[in-house]
Design a protein around this ligand. Structure first.
Ligand SMILES: Nc1ncnc2c1ncn2[C@@H]1O[C@H](COP(=O)(O)OP(=O)(O)O)[C@@H](O)[C@H]1O
Ligand SMILES: O=P(O)(O)O[C@H]1O[C@H](CO)[C@@H](O[C@H]2O[C@H](CO)[C@@H](O)[C@H](O)[C@H]2O)[C@H](O)[C@H]1O
Length: 462
């Protein structure tokens, strides 16, 4: 095999075409102007050759570093055809996470606690990690790429990188030290070098088998209800309220553990002022792109402004930051929270800041609303079904808040008692969702818009 360094430049020149085809690539809104390699590490010599790469992706005046794991073989087997990036110096180069013949190397390196170039593969103190397994990517890939090894491990490779410890790793570590029962055990990590600073590039956790995600469970319950719209939600087969209550308790316990591990502060007036400004700025920028939002802008502004009038202390702490039903798993023993990375599009400084725990509560409340209403997307208007959806949403949102209040300390109490704070946080999340749906699933745009209309109406007629 020729020198791997000879492959790098021609391979990088293929990336502006290839990156936008990847689900995890976060910059699909603008064309890529150039890609620059920042660092390449050979993880395995020979055939297949395995390379770890960090590249800078430029889109006009915007730049973000991304992690790639690329392999090259003399001959590309047919089953890897869809992973092909380009053929350089006569050798096919491809995205390596789909190749179970090479992914095992990443786990082996963590098991060995190896250093390769500037990459540090580590297991957590006391964790036992065994190599020798082949890794396959999960099909529900989102903002990153996760590889599952047998029934034992799941390795998340972060795609868009930032210097420092990724909040997902930081918060999992903190929770694990508190003995938190509501996370998947953390087993290891991979750290690279970004602009001379350590940066988390991978996180290894125990793979939880026989688990179902909250979104699948909640939407099954809604489907049961819609199948028999004459029956009230507490009398149809798949009532979800008991689970919602347990989930509320789990979220409050995770918040308690994060507070114990990493502390809390009380928001000062300037901080609330800053929060209002961030909410208004998000509204302004989303309203520019999604004109349907404009008619609700005055009501949204008024709800955000109410935050300046809050009288009691507002506790601030580390939180999950992007909590929704797709980020929780029901296992045989209870609920687990996943993915503490925060909103994928938010800047790291915002994701790592102390925030009100009610932001996570608001995220879950939004998700109950989504679960109830997504089944009506594309259906002809049916007032009976709309009423059923609202009923399901109210019942499960209340059950979640009951559970949260049961496990939260007195200083936080029942989220519903913080009317203005919870409403502003829910509306801010819904504005984020308007932007998310506009960019990713335009046919779902009506879901957050209808919620904004409803919440704004409730606010004007309390
Ligand atoms: N420890 C785990 N055990 C089983 N499945 C998991 C585990 N962690 C994540 N998953 C599955 O992988 C999916 C993606 O994980 P997530 O951390 O949300 O990645 P991303 O950052 O790419 O969104 C989850 O929705 C869940 O289905
Ligand atoms: O899972 P991610 O961290 O990538 O989150 C993004 O995608 C989510 C959709 O997959 C999106 O969530 C929105 O849709 C969900 C239903 O599909 C719903 O449960 C959530 O409440 C709603 O916000 C999330 O906002 C986005 O950041």
């Amino acid at each position: 095999m020729s020198d791997p360094a000879e492959l790098i430049d021609p391979l990088v020149s293929e990336l502006p075409k290839w990156l936008p085809t990847q689900r995890w690539f976060g910059g699909k809104d603008r064309p890529i102007t150039s890609v620059r390699p920042l660092g390449t590490t050979v993880l395995q010599e020979g055939d297949p050759l395995l390379l770890h790469m960090i590249v800078e992706v430029y889109q006009g005046d915007r730049m973000a570093p991304y992690q790639l794991v690329v392999a090259s073989r003399d001959q590309l087997p047919e089953y890897l055809g869809s992973s092909w990036i380009g053929t350089e110096r006569g050798r096919p180069c491809y995205e390596a996470t789909g190749d179970a013949d090479v992914t095992g190397r990443l786990l082996d390196l963590i098991a060995e606690g190896a250093d390769v170039g500037s990459l540090k593969f580590r297991h957590e103190p006391g964790a036992e990690v065994k190599g020798g397994l082949r890794g396959r990517p999960i099909t529900s890939e989102q903002s990153n790429t996760s590889l599952v090894y047998g029934n034992s491990y799941i390795l998340k490779l972060f795609r868009k990188l930032s210097p420092g410890e990724n909040p997902d790793l930081l918060l999992h570590r903190a929770l694990q030290e508190q003995g938190c029962e509501h996370i998947a055990p953390l087993l290891g990590s991979i750290t690279g070098d970004l602009y001379g600073e350590p940066a988390t590039v991978g996180m290894l956790q125990q793979f939880i088998t026989d688990a179902v995600d909250g979104w699948a469970m909640a939407t099954t319950s809604v489907r049961d209800l819609m199948a028999d719209p004459e029956l009230p939600p507490d009398q149809v087969g798949g009532d979800f309220a008991g689970e919602s209550q347990r989930l509320g308790q789990a979220v409050a316990k995770v918040h308690n553990d994060l507070r114990r591990a990493l502390g809390e502060q009380v928001a000062e007036a300037e901080h609330l002022d800053e929060v209002v400004k961030i909410m208004q700025a998000r509204l302004d920028s989303v309203a520019q792109v999604v004109p349907e939002l404009a008619e609700y802008a005055p009501a949204l502004r008024a709800a955000f402004e109410k935050l300046r009038e809050l009288s009691g202390p507002v506790p601030m702490q580390y939180i999950h930051g992007d909590l929704h039903l797709g980020q929780v798993l029901r296992t045989v023993t209870g609920w687990l929270l996943l993915d503490f990375e925060g909103e994928p599009a938010a800047p790291l400084a915002e994701r790592s800041a102390l925030r009100s725990p009610l932001r996570d509560v608001a995220g879950m409340l939004r998700s109950f609303d989504y679960a109830a209403h997504q089944m009506l997307i594309g259906q002809p208007e049916d007032p009976k079904l709309t009423e059923r959806a609202l009923e399901w949403s109210r019942r499960n949102r209340d059950a979640f808040c009951d559970g949260y209040a049961k496990a939260a300390p007195e200083s936080i109490g029942d989220p519903r008692s913080q009317v203005h704070l919870l409403r502003a946080l829910e509306l801010d999340k819904a504005v984020y969702e308007v932007a998310y749906e506009h960019a990713n699933r335009p046919e779902w745009l009506g879901v957050p818009l209808a919620s904004i209309a409803r919440i704004a109406e409730e606010a004007s007629n309390p």
